[in-house]
Design a protein around this ligand. Structure first.
Ligand code: FAD
Length: 412
């Protein structure tokens, strides 16, 4: 049955970001973009040219003859441009807590999938030779208000039972290795960091080299889905396709079930290049078991990036006017956690953020819209969820059910 979602953007437009992100002016991010001057046909349309759309386009390139990416902004000018790009397999919800919510078996599968996807991301970047400052990192998850020593020790054992690497550090070991005075931590290997804008640009350029066309600015205002295909209305032209994948980030499709998800706000800062900090920070990213949590990483040119201070508010004006206050708080929290580390931020920024109750993304066919799929990579490791989406959606398009796809279905 045809479903006409009517005129007006199918995803409400938001002011997604404010301030000056550390990635602004990154080199190697240009790409060839076309203007949409007439109605066109495609096999697959990916709506959204952020990191989710980039992984998706890269995965589909060569599998379908006519793959098109459209974005109402310049590519990679949405949330991806403000990500701090900690590429962690560690899901926001600890394995033990996720187990209580969705059952141990499903939680274990979600953690294992996240681990595999993180390794797949690193391999893909190396295989494709994408220059995006990708470096392997250990991850240090330190005790906080949500989990103390006992909880972390239990979490570490649960992860090890699930085959996920990591070692529990009690206070003395944490203090002597890292100079951090918290009751415990989990130290793991095989996470990574990158420049998210260069990563997305590298993927989009490689997709384009394999025939994918990128159109911008193109605002999708209406969708009509029938058993014979999907028609997208841009207000001026139509795009007809067999499949449409909405990779629209925190500008969520109006018609989707949103139970258990919310759009919030997050802030981040970065220090100048060649800052002084403990040497271990260049091998280790850090986050804490608190809500909201503070997190830290460095860049290859020696900046420290810190982020967090999340608030359950989705108000662009509040986000912007809180940048100074939040920057001070982030710098103070960093100093309290790592004595002697003074951040004098040269970059301060904010962005809309997304959370789901279980910390898992939503990746699924859109209900009542044949041929349409949506990807919402909620949570602190949204980038890894973009990788997972690019594995799952192409299989769903072929009518195959991925073993883990049911972990990420719409929950209502
Ligand atoms: C401060 C901050 C720090 C973060 N740190 C991390 C981190 O360390 N690690 C991590 O993994 N994640 C992090 N994230 C989350 C990460 O930024 C997101 O998971 C990711 O950027 C989402 O990418 P996306 O491609 O889905 O969305 P976006 O990058 O927003 O791309 C979606 C695109 O869709 C387009 N679009 C929307 N609607 C339409 C329409 N109707 N028509 C045409 N185009 C449309 C938009 O213009 C946009 O360009 C952070 C987020 C914030 C705010």
């Amino acid at each position: 049955m045809p479903v006409d979602r009517g005129k007006g953007a199918v995803t409400p437009e938001k002011k997604l970001l404010a301030g000056i992100s550390v990635w602004r002016g990154s080199s190697g991010t240009s790409m060839s973009v076309s203007k949409l001057v007439e109605s066109i046909r495609a096999d697959v349309v990916v709506v959204g040219a952020g990191i989710s759309g980039a992984f998706m386009a890269h995965a589909l390139a060569g599998r379908y003859e006519r793959v098109v990416v459209v974005d109402r902004r310049v590519p990679i000018h949405g949330s991806t441009s403000v990500s701090t790009a900690m590429l962690q397999f560690e899901i926001d919800q600890p394995l033990t807590k996720l187990g209580e919510k969705i059952g141990v078996h499903r939680a274990t599968r979600a953690w294992r999938h996240s681990y595999r996807a993180t390794q797949a991301l690193v391999s893909l970047v190396h295989r494709e030779g994408i220059r995006c400052g990708l470096e392997r990192r250990h991850a240090l998850y330190v005790a906080g208000e949500d989990m103390g020593a006992r909880g972390l020790e239990r979490e570490s054992k649960a992860r090890n039972r699930a085959g996920i690497p990591g070692e529990y550090l009690a206070r003395p070991a944490l203090n002597s290795k890292f100079g951090i005075n918290r009751s415990g931590a989990i130290l793991s290997s095989n996470s990574a960091i990158a420049n998210p804008v260069q990563l997305a640009a590298g993927l989009l350029r490689r997709a384009a080299a394999r025939g994918v066309r990128i159109y911008s600015p193109v605002n999708i205002e209406g969708v009509m889905a029938t058993a014979h295909g999907v028609t997208l209305d841009t207000g001026q032209h139509f795009i007809e396709a067999k499949y449409v994948i909405f990779c629209t980030g925190y500008e969520v499709l109006k018609c989707l079930p949103k139970q258990g998800t919310k759009i919030t706000s997050s802030w981040a800062v970065a220090s100048q290049p060649h800052s002084s900090y403990p040497a271990w920070l260049d091998q280790t990213l850090l986050w804490e078991a608190s809500t909201p949590y503070l997190y830290l990483r460095t860049t290859p040119d020696g900046r420290v990036i810190a982020g967090g201070e999340d608030e359950d508010v989705d108000l662009a004006s509040y986000r912007s006017r809180s940048i100074e206050r939040k920057s001070h708080r982030l710098a103070a929290k960093v100093k309290a956690l790592i004595p002697g580390l003074s951040l004098n931020p040269t970059h301060k920024w904010t962005g809309a953020f997304g959370e789901s109750l279980d910390g898992l993304p939503l990746i699924d066919a859109v209900p009542d819209m044949a041929g349409c799929f949506a990807v919402m990579g909620f949570g602190g490791n949204g980038t890894i969820y973009s990788v997972i989406a690019a594995q799952i959606v192409p299989r769903l398009m072929q009518g195959r059910t991925d073993g883990d796809a049911n972990l990420y279905r719409f929950r209502d």
